[in-house]
Design a protein around this ligand. Structure first.
Ligand SMILES: [Mg+2]
Length: 437
């Protein structure tokens, strides 16, 4: 634990005074709320590890933090684009600021800057009120939230064959987090698997090129048989006691998607994700999803790349999918995602937020969000500290974070976690060296 807190004034004290102030603050779950009007004085962005981190600075010594996916180290200019729109605003009027800036975001990856700013604003609003963010979002429904495990951050094995799927399913099932739900990549979401047999589909191979997930087209019979065999092998390992979902695309034809979904109906999978669109597809294609969803009892899922509630309207109102998976760091933030979860709940649709690359501040945002979501909430995709030294630069998280498959919702003000600045500074690049100043 360092001697720095979000309340910068403690850092300006010395010796015993600082120790007393710090200890008092550590003991209290409710730091002194902000007095009078609070103003934003600066917006900063640093790339820590690979995650862009947003810091919003105020005139009352409170800073708020938000994070974007580790897959977006190029995001800094987009974050700083919004600086002029934030300066002088009251950060606790989150709605008003979002109304200004949300119009200039877009589907993944370009909604990430707005999303990280939104989360940082809630962090400030919570600290200013002396309340955890979940209280500002309406208060708890859940005392604990369920993270789900993803093979991509729980295993180093490359998934090619049914045997690989059995092995990785076993590894993730045995993880110390005790996941009750896990997700594995198949089909066009896994280049290695699709290339492990010749001619798995009728189409061009885009491997090694960016952006990812560009392969698409009609499956050959050996191709779809291979996908089904891998699903079966994993399911034999997870059994009935651990839920199993598959991230599948995007890029399937509607008929192939229906063939797969029907073939795996006996396995009662948690969901099949992004068969039609997803990841970096800047449109949801609700009508085609609906054709697939209406043709099978297997749950169909999409939503991680979609920005703002308006773009979920068709998917929800036509009941085009069974599960939505927006990412709070792409959709426009946690209040935005809560709105979508509420509207989905009215239409019998479940919610399982995406989040594998969201970082530890993302985990904190997910915990506050999960606490307030209605009863259609399933779980969020857990982000492990990557690189592992991230756990050394963040204070306030429980240790371990996940116990027996759940995270207990914590009560500290704001997001309830913060940087250990002394430790974090060691990981700043020269370009970002003034990030905490
Ligand atoms: Mg996905």
């Amino acid at each position: 634990m360092g001697n720095w807190t979000r309340r910068g004034f403690i850092g300006s004290l010395s010796g015993a005074a600082a120790a007393t102030a710090f200890a008092a603050q550590e003991r209290s779950s409710s730091p002194v709320p902000a007095k009078g009007k609070i103003k934003i004085t600066d917006l900063k962005c640093a790339i820590i590890g690979r995650n862009p981190v947003v810091r919003i600075v105020t005139d009352q010594g409170i800073s708020g933090y938000g994070e974007a996916e580790s897959a977006k180290p190029y995001l800094k200019p987009m974050v700083l684009f919004y600086k002029d729109y934030l300066l002088g605003e009251d950060p606790t009027d989150v709605n008003r600021i979002l109304l200004k800036i949300r119009r200039m975001g877009a589907f993944k990856p370009w909604g990430a800057a707005v999303s990280a700013i939104e989360i940082a604003l809630w962090d400030i609003a919570g600290q200013a009120a002396g309340l955890p963010v979940y209280k500002l979002l309406g208060g708890k429904i859940h005392d604990r939230v369920r993270p789900y495990g993803n093979s991509e951050n729980n295993s180093k094995l490359v998934l090619r064959t049914p045997q690989d799927y059995a092995e990785v399913a076993s590894e993730v099932k045995a993880a110390k987090e005790g996941y009750t739900l896990i997700k594995l990549p198949v089909g066009f979401h896994n280049d290695a698997m699709m290339r492990s047999i010749p001619d798995a589909w009728y189409g061009q191979q885009w491997a090694g090129r960016m952006p990812p997930y560009m392969d698409r087209g009609m499956m050959t019979q050996p191709g779809i048989d291979h996908v089904i065999a891998c699903v079966e092998a994993a399911k034999k390992v997870t059994g009935a006691e651990v839920g199993l979902a598959f991230d599948c695309g995007p890029g399937w034809t509607p008929k192939d998607a229906i063939r797969l979904a029907r073939a795996v109906e006996p396995y009662d999978l948690a969901w099949l994700e992004d068969l039609i669109t997803g990841d970096y597809a800047p449109y949801p294609n609700a009508q085609v999803f609906k054709e697939v969803t209406d043709s099978t009892s297997t749950r169909i899922h999409t939503g991680e790349e979609i920005y703002l509630r308006e773009n979920f309207k068709d998917l929800i109102e036509t009941q085009a999918v069974n599960v939505l998976g927006p990412d709070p760091e792409d959709v426009g933030g946690i209040a935005e995602l809560k709105w979508i979860a509420e509207y989905a709940n009215l239409h019998g649709i479940q919610v399982a937020p995406h989040g594998i690359f969201d970082g530890l501040f993302g985990v904190a945002a997910q915990v506050h969000l999960g606490a307030v979501c209605p009863q259609n909430y399933i779980a969020f995709e857990y982000a492990k500290a990557q690189p592992e030294w991230w756990t050394d630069i963040v204070d306030g998280l429980p240790d371990p974070i996940v116990k027996n498959g759940y995270i207990d919702v914590w009560d500290k003000p704001g997001l309830g976690i913060t940087f250990n600045v002394r430790a974090a500074k060691a990981h700043l690049s020269e370009e970002d060296r003034t990030f905490f100043d």
